[in-house]
Ligand binder design. Sequence first.
Ligand SMILES: C[S@@+](CC[C@H](N)C(=O)[O-])C[C@H]1O[C@@H](n2cnc3c(N)ncnc32)[C@H](O)[C@@H]1O
Length: 473
Amino acid sequence: MSWSHGYVADIPYTAHYHPQQSPDVLALACLLNRTESPLPARRDDLTYVEFGCGRGRTALCLAASNPGWRVIGLDLLPAHIAEARALAAEAGIANVEFMEADLVTFDPTMLPEFDIASAHGFWSWVADPVRDGLVRVLAARLRAGGLLHLSYNALPGWQGAIGLQRLLLEAGDRIGGRSDRRAAGALELAQALRAAGAMHLEASQPSGLIDRAKSVSPSYLSHEYMNRFWRPCFQADVQDALEPARLDFVGSAELLENFPELVLTAEQRAVCDRIDEPRLRELTRDLCMPRPLRSDVYVRGARLMSRDVQEQALRELVLCLTRLPDEVIYALKTATGTATLSPDFFRPAVSALADGPRKVGDLLSATGQIGSAVDLVGLLVGSGQAVVVGRPDAEADPDSGAVRHNRAIAAHILRGDPAQSGLASIRLGAGLVCDPDTMVAAVQAAETGDTRRPGAAPPDGRRPIWQHAGVLS
Ligand SMILES: C[S@@+](CC[C@H](N)C(=O)[O-])C[C@H]1O[C@@H](n2cnc3c(N)ncnc32)[C@H](O)[C@@H]1O
């Protein structure tokens, strides 16, 4: 067994900012499910640990956006940790630490007690002893009331990929060389087999990969498909494995998945709603939905809140749009078709958000209170059209960690580094997902006040979204 326990270690992974790992999104998943979570109580002294942090873009952006937090990113691959540390040093972000560590042998006392943990794209990609190591650390160090976000390839949604992954691994072994070379060679065999009508490569999910093969990054392909012990999982098995950490299942960090009416047909709901026990309920839902990746939220000792407390907490949230008001989409594509955000309810709220962040309570007043806070927040944030503004009163600081982070990322992009990061914001308390062009434009506009650069402003001269949302002010 290699030092990486069968995990791909000869090529770095791609780098991305993953918004569903942000504590505000995770706390919102809890709130939508009427469950207490570490936010907002620990808004300014939270300890957050990301396991399998890869190249560290999410951990770094969260640290830059929350100067009072202690953020720790932990990963096995030295190249990942070296890059993340170098970027943190370049941006001068001191409240983040990156640890090179193997969870199989990791001593939990190396970590402080933490409030929130996230392991995105980790669980189904690593060997059993690595998973056991994660559970051991969670059992020892996650605070009572603390939250875990865990994403993984789910069964049965991703069962169609099992044969393809095995083929890539076996054929790759015979080809030899670096993981990306093995993956690319093996994929040619998969393409030939598929063209010949191989029954188990016809299934919709993996055939998508086979078709898209040329446009998929070699790093992604390697880390996704060339790990020796990759295994998609049933939610119930994950929950069983987490037992020593005393975690209760709460819901999904993919916020729209917390709305059964968006992901299940009426007939499916009628059957699934008969079931109270969470694991069986999740299995019945997974049998109905085309869900290849689960993004589960667990709490150590879940405490349910009343509907009144939930309503009050939702009304206190401040939201801002992530797109211009007339670009808001009211017809959402869902697993069961299209869901329409009722214009009578949502349009007045969107208009009220046109001038910048607003409290949900005020938005509900603008709508004439004809809908629920759960729908307003869950559907706008869940569809990525609004975000929670964690610190609406934050003062602009031209030398904040967030500004330095964004400047460092923009400098990397201009030097030809295509890796994707979030636009850090102390006001949001999280990153705003943006493409590299927008990142560079936002940073240049903040420094020069010039929003005319291509990508910096919509063509008709309206304010670009990061100004509109007050993210940089
Ligand atoms: C698929 S990547 C996901 C990276 C990152 N979370 C993301 O989504 O961009 C899985 C990560 O787990 C890390 N990993 C694998 N085995 C590990 C171990 N034994 N201990 C700690 N990290 C490990 C890998 O180095 C890799 O960065």
